[in-house]
Structure formats: C-alpha cells, structure tokens
Design a protein around this ligand. Structure first.
Ligand code: S3P
Length: 176
C-alpha cells in the first residue's frame, strides 16, 4: 500500500490532549503493518526526562525545540522508506515550523473531539502540564482550533469507538 499524498509513508495524528492520538495511532499502525511512534515517548526516551519535568524545569520553549527535532527525525526515517504512524503532542501542530515540515512530506489527520469530552478524559492526571485548570485548557483549545483545521484530513473522534475511527481513516483518499 502506498501513500498517494506527498509520496512519503508518514501519517501524523494531530489534535488536542485526550483525543486518542496514541490509541488510534497504535491500532492504525497495526492495521497498516507500519511502525507506531508516540512522539512524547520518543522525546522522553531521547532526553531521559519526563515531559512534565522538561516543562517545569527547562520551560515550554525547550520542550518545543525537542519536539520539533524529534518530528524531523521521524520524517527523515519515513523518507528513507521506514513507514510510520506518528502521534504528536497536542501542541505540535500549533507550531508553524512543524506544519511547514509536514506540508512537504507527511499526511496530517486531525482527530476532532469536543473540548468537554477531552477535559473529562484527561483532567485529574498529573502528567500533562497544560491540563491542570479547565479555564486554561479550554482557552488553549480555542486558540489551537484554527491550526488543527489546517490538517490534511479531519476525522471525528468524540464518541466513536477506536476501531471505527481507524476504519474512517482507512477510508480516506490516502492510498492507491
Ligand atoms: C501538550 C500535549 C501533550 C504533551 C505536552 C504538551 C500540548 O501531549 O506533548 O504535555 O501542548 O497540548 P498529548 O496531546 O499526547 O497529551
């Protein structure tokens, strides 16, 4: 199976915290027989630090640089034929440099989900530094919507079961 768009076997799942990027990404990669990469886990593995620790000790700009470098590395591997599905953190697609990189190669898919559902899924955990207060969470979601809307494709991921969401992705005009 070959990707029709942009000629590179790279699918990047984007969307706000809690939209299911990692769950869906893992299933999708399985169905395609591709590698799955959770970019946050990759950043933690490379830096030897937890995401919350990088945010709290080194600041968000440092995290964004690590995230950008990690994304470019996945793109490089895909360009060398190592097909992959990459789940990126909720802020990655809000960064112009990441969108610009993916415009060249890689297909972006936004997993769209109502903000209240997202909050119900992620609030109460301690591992997401940007999900500590509802007011901030909701504002950030609104700020990022225009960026998510720039993804190549949008798939609804509010109340659908993971397998259904994967089926919807596999029906997109991605493959030839
Ligand atoms: C972030 C989302 C997180 C993680 C970091 C920042 C964001 O990933 O990258 O906490 O800016 O929205 P998930 O979207 O996988 O929770």
């Amino acid at each position: 199976m070959h990707l029709k768009l942009k000629g590179c076997p790279l699918i990047v799942l984007v969307g706000f915290m809690g939209c299911g990027k990692s769950t869906i990404g893992r299933l999708l990669a399985e169905r395609l027989g591709w590698t799955f990469v959770d970019l946050d886990e990759e950043i933690e593995r490379r830096s030897g630090k937890a995401i919350a620790e990088i945010f709290d000790r080194e600041g968000e700009p440092k995290f964004r640089n690590l995230e950008h470098e990690a994304l470019l590395e996945e793109q490089r591997l895909a360009r060398h034929g190592r097909a992959r599905v990459v789940a990126v953190g909720g802020g990655a697609f809000a960064e112009a440099r990441n969108r610009e990189a993916l415009d060249v190669s890689g297909v972006s898919i936004w997993l769209e989900c109502p903000v209240k559902t997202l909050w119900d899924r992620v609030s109460g955990g301690s591992d997401r530094p940007l999900a500590r207060r509802w007011e901030d969470f909701e504002r950030l979601y609104q700020d990022r919507l225009p960026y998510y809307q720039k993804a190549d494709f949008t798939v609804s991921a509010g109340s659908e079961a993971p397998a259904e969401i994967v089926d919807a992705i596999l029906k997109l005009p991605l493959f030839r």
